[in-house]
Design a binder for this molecule. Structure first.
Ligand code: UGA
Length: 338
């Protein structure tokens, strides 16, 4: 067995795919999730069933990261050597409606994970940040070294806070920490609260697709397999306390802290209206398009610069959106039989 890896949010979209890959690779994986009902719990249970059926060393613990004593006990029991922290209250628009949920889950929950990593002497923490940290920035592509001081949703502020907290732990306790800013991740077993999934549901049920704004907003959609491959490669390369830094800048730790930040995005763009069109093609049905007010907290356009990532791990996201949406639609049709 390889190193023991803790994956938080293992019943979530990215956590499930990553935990499955690590288990298939022969690692010992501890998956943690609170299985909350922010979206259809049946989807989370089905992901978990697939994980527990995967041959190898997968163990599940139902745990809420807001339970700091429970998290400390879990770290003491399992003594993970590596941690991939993906659990969060996701959703940019959700954080506008329920700010307390975002902060309690994403900030307090992360603090418990950092404390667990410190106590157990974890050799590498990889944690999820978000493209939303670029906030009001209008210059695309977004570079990791760009200023990120103007978040426009509380969700983005919690993710930026995570990056700052991780830096502090890297600096104070030498915890090797790698933050990854995900760009609108999609694919089979995805999140039903996200645009592509909501649009697929509406198209298949013959209900109106709700487009916030004109439909010209742009997103860098990143396919799940590219995310998993990037995470696996990053996990194998904990940042060093010094050296290993071809391009020192804000993306690396100050004063030699073993800390790094990367974008993980495909590096392209599709409009929200274009996404509806792609889904129509792949689901073989016409959408009824309706337009609503833009949602506060949403940024207009995202696109990742991923050169740093490619140089560091010798890999960058490869699946173009038309191919990824075709794969998603195939899974969707198979699961929901519309
Ligand atoms: C997504 C995830 O939801 C976040 O958790 C993640 O942190 C973020 O990506 C990221 O990149 O880091 P977002 O890009 O807003 O956030 O993805 P969607 O929820 O799929 O929304 C994409 C676009 O579609 C937005 O412009 C949104 O306003 C629009 N939208 C969404 C609609 O027009 N209609 C809907 O019903 C839902």
């Amino acid at each position: 067995m390889g190193p023991k890896t803790l994956v938080t949010g293992a019943a979530g979209f990215i956590g499930f795919h990553l935990a499955r890959r690590l288990t298939e690779d022969g690692r010992s994986v501890v998956g943690v999730d609170n299985l909350n009902s922010y979206y259809d719990p049946a989807l989370k249970r089905d992901r978990l069933d697939l994980l527990t059926a995967t041959p190898g060393g997968f163990t599940f613990e139902r745990l809420d990261l807001r339970d700091s004593a429970g998290v400390a006990a879990m770290f003491r029991e399992h003594r993970p050597e590596e941690v991939v922290h993906l659990a969060a209250q996701p959703g940019i628009r959700e954080s506008v409606i329920n700010p307390r949920e975002s902060v309690e889950n994403n900030v307090n929950g992360f603090l418990s994970v950092l404390e667990g990593c410190r106590e157990s002497g974890v050799r590498h923490l990889v944690y999820a940040s978000s493209s939303s940290v670029y906030g009001a920035n209008t210059k695309v592509p977004f570079r990791v070294g760009d200023p990120v001081d103007h978040p426009i949703s509380l969700y983005a502020a919690t993710k930026r806070a995570n990056e700052l907290m991780a830096h502090t732990y890297s600096h104070l306790f030498g915890l090797p920490a790698t933050g990854v800013r995900f760009f609108t991740v999609y694919g089979p077993w995805g999140r039903p609260d996200m645009a592509y999934f909501r649009f697929a549901d509406a198209i298949c049920k013959g209900e109106p697709v709700q487009i916030y704004g004109t439909g010209e907003a742009l997103r860098d959609l990143t396919y799940i397999d590219d995310i998993v491959e990037s995470l696996v490669r990053l996990l194998a390369r904990p940042p060093q306390a010094d050296g290993d830094r071809p391009d020192p800048g804000p993306e690396t730790g100050a004063g030699g802290a073993p800390y790094r930040l990367f974008n993980i995005g495909f590096g392209g763009q599709i409009s929200v209206g274009g996404l509806v069109g792609l889904l129509e093609q792949n689901l073989g049905r016409k959408a009824i398009r309706t337009h609503q007010q833009e949602r506060p907290g949403d940024v207009f356009a995202t696109r990742a610069e991923v050169l740093d990532l490619e140089n560091y791990i010798g890999f960058g996201p490869q699946i173009p959106v038309d191919e990824g949406i075709a794969r998603f639609a195939e899974w969707y049709r198979e699961r929901y039989k519309p």
